[in-house]
Design a binder for this molecule. Structure first.
Ligand code: ZN
Length: 561
């Protein structure tokens, strides 16, 4: 499914491959480094050279010095480590929330908050908000609360009785509401659960305020929300996108697969900041809603665009609930939950129809499936679509693909799907894995199993649900030990080299771009990261603390610490 952009870059690659690297030719060189190229089978090198935004040569510092001319920028890395730029294959890139909304947890790392602090922040917001309008908090994490209990409707009633109030879990599948919100939505203790969602109750049978998955839909139709003029909205989106781009490169991400709920707004913002020189990372843009329909109608396929902004696959089409919020659809019941097996959020029939339509249109299918039941459903839909309309090497993405078993692995391999697996969860969410237990965790976020099976799995932070720091992700993949010292599913550990490849070259593969990025190879885009320490040699529980000294995209320094 290569688009116009890919064809051009392949031609460029051939030009470089002829070997135009000559003495005094480089725009910039990095010398005296420990360069892990991530080229299959290659040993680390000391140095490399960049020209016109691409790597042109790798080798010893002496080799590369020969390419230094009077206009060449030279960077002496003083034995620091260089790896290809990191790639995040699943990220909601919600700059607007970070800039404009009430943040009740820490978006970037592990931090415990009190319920009182959440109430206080929302009260302050309520004071400046007219009655009847929503007051919402974001980035709540139910296992990062100092009070060691669940947030509930009574807590949120302390915020306001005149405003509908919601606290959204950073995992995006559950939220907590106050009485006003429940009342506006017409939800009582007797309201039955809709398919694929729940209104939760306390021990007395009263609503406790927690609402899961599809049961949340009713709240989008009630209460008032602020509106913006088109000019205001464009400004907000633009500023938010510029902000998140800076954040990404500061953590070493040079390519991110963007998943936005409001596609056109986000796409326009990306085009704007690119034109204004503020797009610092490369974007593979997931499509949904009106954009998706119109692209199918007009014959636009995945891959159209260029190395900076490319049309990707679809927005994750959800087949089940959440891993972190314990609503994913499993074949076994959750412990101590009266036989609850999670939420299936899509019927097989409608999933089949959706997948077939997308696949046939030449658009990369991307389905969200966490539990083994949901992964089975997605594979069934993919197998049926592929039988009806065979497409070579379509690389459908299974976002999360969390709980696997041997038969699912076989089917993923045969269909050629790319799992985009939680990257930072092993470290960040270790406080949630006791809900599943060691047995299930030995088959969750199964990077080892994917590698052993020859399946190319990539990293997907799913930000906001997970922090997006790639080094936190690598540490978790290598140790399977979380912030609280607990180790879950050690069978799924990978080596540092494997974890770096998952976060670089495999990410490029997920967007059909492994020939232009993902490794430090002459001819490829010069995207790389300079690290203060070598993840291969520091103690594994310190990988997350390694500093991103410099991030470079297309040969330009876009972050320097
Ligand atoms: Zn997601």
């Amino acid at each position: 499914m290569a688009g116009v952009g890919l064809v051009t870059s392949m031609a460029t690659n051939r030009l470089w491959a002829k070997g135009i690297a000559a003495a005094g030719d480089a725009d910039s060189v990095v010398l005296n480094a420990k360069v892990y190229t991530v080229e299959p089978g290659a040993k680390p090198v000391e140095a490399f050279a960049v020209k016109a935004g691409r790597f042109i040569a790798t080798g010893s510092s002496d080799d590369i010095r020969a390419l230094v001319g009077k206009n060449t920028r030279t960077f002496d890395a003083q034995q620091m480590t260089v790896v290809p730029g990191f790639i995040d294959c699943h990220n909601h890139a919600v700059g607007e929330q970070l800039l404009y909304d009430v943040i009740v947890g820490n978006p970037y790392g592990v931090e415990f908050v009190t319920i009182a602090s959440i109430i206080e922040k929302l009260r302050a917001k309520a004071k400046e908000t007219p009655p009847g309008y929503w007051v919402e908090g974001y980035f709540f994490d139910d296992t990062k609360v100092k009070d060691k209990r669940q947030l509930n409707v009574h807590d949120l009633d302390k915020v306001s009785s005149e405003h509908p109030v919601a606290v959204n879990h950073r995992g995006y599948h559950t939220a907590y509401y106050n009485s006003k919100a429940l009342e506006l939505a017409g939800i009582t203790r007797d309201t039955p659960n809709p398919p694929g969602g729940t209104f939760d109750h306390d021990e007395s049978g009263a609503l406790n305020g927690r609402v899961t998955d599809r049961a949340r839909a009713v709240f989008s139709k009630v209460g008032k929300r602020p509106t913006y003029t088109p000019t205001e909205q464009i400004r907000r989106s633009r500023d938010a996108m510029a902000y998140i781009s800076k954040q990404f490169v500061s953590y070493g991400l040079t390519s991110v697969h963007h998943e936005h709920f409001n596609g056109p707004d986000a796409f326009r913002a990306l085009e704007t900041i690119r034109a204004e020189g503020e797009l610092l990372h490369r974007v593979y843009f997931a499509i949904t809603g009106r954009m998706l329909d119109e692209f199918i109608d007009s014959g636009v396929r995945t891959g159209l665009g260029d190395e900076w902004l490319r049309i990707g696959g679809t927005f994750e089409h959800a087949a089940d609930g959440s891993f972190s919020e314990r609503t994913m659809a499993m074949s076994v019941p959750y412990q101590g939950m009266n036989g609850y097996r999670g939420n299936v959020t899509e019927t097989q029939e409608s999933l089949d129809a959706w997948v077939a339509r997308i696949h046939r249109a030449g658009i990369q299918v991307n389905c969200h499936a966490n539990g083994d039941v949901a992964i089975d459903m997605v594979l069934t839909a993919l197998e049926r679509a592929q039988r009806q309309y065979p497409i070579v090497d379509s690389r459908p993405q299974i976002t999360h693909c969390t709980l696997i078993n041997d038969s699912l692995l076989d089917r993923i391999k045969v269909i050629g799907a790319v799992p985009a697996v939680f990257s930072t969860y092993a470290y960040y969410n270790s406080d949630k894995f006791h809900f599943y237990g060691q047995d299930l965790m030995s088959r969750c976020m199964a990077f080892r199993s994917f590698i052993d099976k020859g399946i190319i799995a990539a990293a997907g932070s799913d930000f906001p649900p997970g922090p997006f720091a790639p080094l936190m992700g690598i540490q978790g993949m290598v140790t399977r030990t979380g912030w609280n010292g607990e180790t879950w599913g050690p069978e799924q550990r990978v080596t540092v080299a494997e974890a770096i490849k998952i976060n670089t070259l495999n990410g490029a593969y997920a967007s059909h771009e492994e020939h232009i990025k993902g490794s430090i190879t002459p001819g490829k885009l010069a995207d790389y990261v300079v690290l203060s320490d070598d993840p291969h040699t520091v103690t594994a529980d310190r990988i997350k603390d390694i500093k991103v000294v410099q991030t470079v995209t297309e040969g330009n320094v876009v972050h320097q610490s």
